[in-house]
Design a protein around this ligand. Sequence first.
Ligand code: WTA
Length: 645
Amino acid sequence: MSYSYKIKSLEQYHQDYKKSVDDPEGFWGNVADNFYWRKKWDRVLDWNFTEPKIEWFKGGKLNITENCIDRHLATMADKPAIIWEPNNPEERTRVVTYARLHKRVCQFAQVLINNGVKKGDRVCIYMGMVPELAYAVLGCARIGAIHSVIFGGFSAQSIADRLFDAQATFIVTCDGAYRGAKDIPLKSIIDDALIGNKTVKKVIVYTRTRVPVSMIKGRDVWWEDEMDFAETQIEKNGVISFPAEEMDAEDPLFILYTSGSTGKPKGVVHSIGGYMVWTGYTFVNVFQYNQGDVHFCTADIGWITGHSYILYGPLSAGGTSVMFEGIPTWPDAGRFWDIVEKYKVNILYTAPTAIRSLMSFGLEPLKDKDLSSLKVLGTVGEPINEEAWHWYDENIGKKKCPIVDTWWQTETGGTLISNMAGITPAKASWATLPMPGVQPIMVDENGHEVTEKDEHGYLKGNLCIKAPWPGILRTTYGDHERCRLNYFATYPNLYFTGDGALKDENGFYRITGRVDDVLNISGHRIGTAEVENAINMHSGVVESAVVGYPHDIKGQGIYAFVIYNGHHGDENQRRQDICLTVSKIIGSIAKPDKIQFVTGLPKTRSGKIMRRILRKIAEGEIANLGDTSALLDPGVVVEIRDGKI
Ligand code: WTA
């Protein structure tokens, strides 16, 4: 495959950027011509940010799986689409060629149909990182069902909430999942999530760990039985095929839940055409992907990074994507480097938290590892500190591999701001320049464009985007008004990212982190209100306030101030009880790192918690807590400050 939209020089970047802004319809129409459409769109773009209404390639007919699979079969049937590395390095690797991927996705599409799934139905996927997860996702896309993948670390309660919100009718899961030394009993968690559920009709269970599972007659079916049967149905004269459903570019492709500043996660909805074009375009350009390169994105498909840069982006480009079941530190901290060596990985894309964690093991795990295949390194998910950036550059890239620092969000579908490997300049811990089609603007609290530079010569403000790019979210599932309020109402006619940023004299952006009540723990988004709600579910808790604080490995840690009124246990036992409560309500990723018991919280006379003060205390900035005169009881601040842990 050739990618006619691939940017090959800095000069071309500037030209393409200008074209994309001057004539977005002409520019993106040309890019979209690189994909397979059964029928061309009626109009490239129609939009306003007030409703918001955003339509890309409307009237265009396609199926994303024909783009990710079928169109590669003529020339690349035997080429690896997915290389799967098991949790246990002694277990056999699985190489899924495009031909095999086609067969399995067709089979699974038939399985879905056999079980009553129809176009537009919501299918929840709760699986470990096995190739079958890719078959499930793409099988849904093939028949036009809307997939909603839930990360394996979420609890039964979180799944139940998402099933309800999406009114999901089907679930695809595994008996269990391997992650490092742990086995996670996925099916059993699903069973708990289904207590009281009224919408789910069928649960399809893939066997991975072969732990005992309960199988309910009429509801639960085995993946293997269903796949075998489907194979006999769709094989005709030795040819396996299952026709892909014809979809409109603006039909929804998937829902992915993500945290915001309110208590309830939102179901971000992406539609097919724009998302496909955006992930394909950014994949090829940011990583400067060449045919035959081996791309290893270490994310989990439960997050947007896995959707866009393990599956859809690489596959639509006819790429080879490594999918890893395990974790970077098991059986030892050399695991990523073993994988790079084993598959001659060319592009490694990971999170700053993983880099910091691996840094803490020193250079020993890198000894004798051949990393010479690497050409490009990438990071995503949180700001990368300069120390980690340089460690990555020196020890992994050996100063020969450009590092792309890709800034984006679940809502943006793919990368919005990043350097392009070897094409546009890199700057340690700066995401640098916007992708073509992305028009950032920095505003102050009142929505006025920031024009005054700070003492370092930077513009500093809240990061917004002026116009839609093809991969922008279309709505939040079942509640369009929520989408408007969350993203398009803070500043009129702008998409508000929730992030703060700096801009230097070259027009480079540095993302400084969230300016709303969203935490970024190891690159995972968690709302403070969500964690507070979970803590408050504990019977002994009267009230709580949660803030983030700098954490050496995770980037941010969770600090909870808790008013407690129970009698059971000592402080440590209470902390453990609270942590377990949070694990049950949200999942272990949201467990507080620190819990401080307090007798009161700093509140204004109108009852609002002054988080600014709590944040400063948690960050250890106790010398200057600012003005506390607006507080109902300034004395409580002294108590909290002195009790800091
Ligand atoms: C943060 C992950 C700095 C940011 C793709 C954003 C980053 C949130 C970067 C979205 C980066 C992501 N530099 N910060 N390169 N990439 N972020 O939805 O705060 O899980 O708003 O999407 O992660 O997280 P999400």
